[in-house]
Design a binder for this molecule. Structure first.
Ligand code: LMR
Length: 345
């Protein structure tokens, strides 16, 4: 009996160890494995499902599973269910999740150059960002550097442009920012933007913003309309200025070893699914944000939604223009000049 028990324990232990090692196939985690099950691609993100990124992740899941005829199993984890802003890059590097789409500002934790997208009024529209990403000197450079950290940049997904909200009073001119506490993503450029407006920037993960607004830990924040609406920020703020002052988009990334380890025929189909999804985001991201503005208006929780005037825009631009010079060294003069050149066109 004793011998039987010992044997059982050894078998159970061995099974446990095998499960712990789980490769891509039939296992829990991604990576090349020898089982017969599908390759698991865990995709972690922080926003709600009814946003450009949330919908894109779902679309990618459906298409990838369809095109590979079930050879991959994409598992999407929205709303910071698996990882928070501060954790997700390391999780991809360690292959604990195989895909993520952090805001470009958050990639700057590893590569400060990615803060290029955070400069105030750097891009007149989403098309300009797409042109930048397609160019060798901006997009090419940014994607290439990811490889140094075991990451592979697969695509860029747009959300759109950020708007400002505040609880205390409307934001018209730079002086209205004075002394107010604004949540920022983890980006020194974003901090500098608010400092240039004499406000106090407070870096904070996305998952904490709603309660920080509700409890008055912060007075305001900047985000896209889809993020504001889906996370109900407009219910705990009184004023919004439609300023389009900064871009918010995502680096769709994977663990390079995992990606390159996928059988080529499977990878080709997954890449096709991703390309089609990227195209969909390009065509629909702005529509989703516009629809969210209509919903915010219909909710009627904000006291005022102000559209920035040309005079106000000039004043905000002037107040924050020094941020570009401040970061020439950290972000890179060449990148900054390339973006500014593009803006002039
Ligand atoms: C934020 O932290 O405000 C955004 O990056 C969230 C997101 O991923 O859109």
């Amino acid at each position: 009996m004793k011998r039987f028990l010992t044997l059982t324990m050894v078998v159970l232990l061995a099974l446990g160890l095998l499960a712990g090692c789980g490769g891509a196939r039939g296992g829990d985690a991604g990576g090349e494995g020898s089982g017969d099950g599908p390759i698991v691609i865990k995709f972690s993100h922080v926003v709600a499902e009814n946003t450009p990124k949330g919908q894109a992740a779902q679309m990618f899941e459906e298409k990838a599973e369809e095109y590979t005829e079930g050879k991959v199993d994409v598992q999407v984890f929205p709303n910071s269910q698996l990882y928070d802003d501060n954790e997700v890059l390391a999780a991809v590097q360690q292959n604990n999740v195989q895909m993520a789409a952090p805001a470009t500002s958050k990639v700057s934790k590893l590569f400060p150059q990615w803060q290029i997208f955070d400069f105030p009024f750097a891009f007149p529209d989403v098309k300009a960002v797409q042109t930048a990403m397609e160019s060798e000197e901006i997009g090419g450079k940014l994607f290439t550097m990811l490889k140094e950290e075991k990451l592979l940049g697969l695509a860029m997904w747009d959300n759109g442009f950020k708007q400002m909200t505040l609880d205390e009073h409307p934001l018209y001119m730079p002086k209205d920012f004075e002394g107010q506490k604004f949540r920022v993503m983890s980006s020194k450029v974003l901090e500098a933007q608010f400092e240039a407006l004499s406000a106090n920037p407070i870096p904070m993960p996305f998952s904490e913003v709603y309660s920080a607004l509700e409890q008055g830990v912060i007075d305001g924040q900047e985000n896209t309309l889809s993020n504001i609406y889906s996370k109900k920020f407009h219910e705990v703020q009184k004023y919004m200025t439609l300023s389009n002052h900064g871009y918010l988009g995502y680096a769709v990334i994977t663990n390079s070893e995992f990606w390159e380890g996928m059988p080529e025929d499977v990878r080709t189909q997954v890449e096709k699914a991703l390309d089609e999804t990227t195209q969909w985001v390009r065509e629909n991201g702005q529509r989703l944000n516009q629809e969210n503005l209509d919903k915010i208006k219909a909710d009627g929780t904000l006291e005022e939604i102000h559209t920035m005037t040309e005079e106000e825009k000039q004043a905000w631009m002037e107040a924050t223009s020094g941020v570009y010079d401040q970061f020439r060294e950290e972000v890179g003069a060449e990148l900054i000049d390339a973006v500014l050149e593009l803006r002039e066109q």
